[in-house]
Design a protein around this ligand. Sequence first.
Ligand SMILES: Cc1ncc(COP(=O)(O)O)c(C=O)c1O
Length: 359
Amino acid sequence: MWIADMDFEAPAPIVEALQKRALHPNYGYTVRPDSYYKAMIDWLKRRQNWTIQKDWLCYSPGIVPAINFAIQAFTEPGEKVLIQSPVYYPFFAAVENNNRELAISELLCENQYYSMDFDDLEKQFADGVKMMILCSPHNPVGRVWTRQELEKLTDLLLKYQVRLVSDEIHSDIVFKEHQHCPIASLSPEIAAQTITCIAPSKTFNVAGLATSAIIISEEDVREKFRCKLGECGIGLGNIFGITALEAAYTQCEDWLEAMLDYLKINKDTLDKFLLENIPEIIPIRTDGTFLAWLDCRPLGLSPEELKKFMVDEAKLGLDEGAKFGPGGEGFMRMNIGCPHSVLETALEQLKTAVEKQRK
Ligand SMILES: Cc1ncc(COP(=O)(O)O)c(C=O)c1O
């Protein structure tokens, strides 16, 4: 229940489209057809009310490479790049491996629900931050940022001319009562300053096909990004990824709705079980994603002891909160994109281990 891949089979239309493509016995270089772009444009319009142009779409094999390319293309060594911790740990590596200065703004947590620290963001932006990497929705704390929050962030980004990389890989995994808002859809001004990253990889379990889309509205920004891809020898991409993306965004909406309902049952089951049986582990309230963020601090264990407890006593492989940076210590991230039965077994194991610990 650790790495962020769900246990579910990819939807049947994707499997069928891949099987059909595999029957055509030539797997050479290819170009992305118009139907590939149309699938993405229509999906974003339908699901996220965002109108984009075909020209804005760039390819990247993954979101993590795209974040690295953006850092290299739009900042200089030594310049400050801000991230909000606790956060998906490759964000730290992307900044540090490129010799940029890491600026961290810790998220705030009140009543088991996270929010952005706008005062701290403003202070840090005023202090010379060049780029921010936003996780929207946020991994691991499960927030789907509201339009109001993103508008407030936009005001600051525009005021201090901070370029934004918005990682929206989890934007389709949002529970019913919430709505993802692509920050670049808020105004042409913020779009001009933003590089948005999307992919079908997490939503439809096709991460291994290495196909993501990077959306950049300004031509000169886009050209700079494409030049960086060229310098790194990124070419035409994976032929099966093209097929899977198109099938995902044109034929898998019913599957997605059913999957979201299934996931919500898992989240509700987890919350109820912990509340009733393990008050020492407090689930953070989430608006989406298949990741649960568990506050294990009441167990009173150090990060090392907590990891050992989960592995040796509860027999669970979770992600250690400390890996997600400041604010993550004492937490664990649990992937609940799994069959109900797997979750129930895990919870029983956890209960038994905590009961033993209490004695
Ligand atoms: C927020 C976030 N960004 C990016 C990725 C990985 O993206 P990719 O495999 O396309 O590099 C993940 C995977 O868990 C993620 O959670």
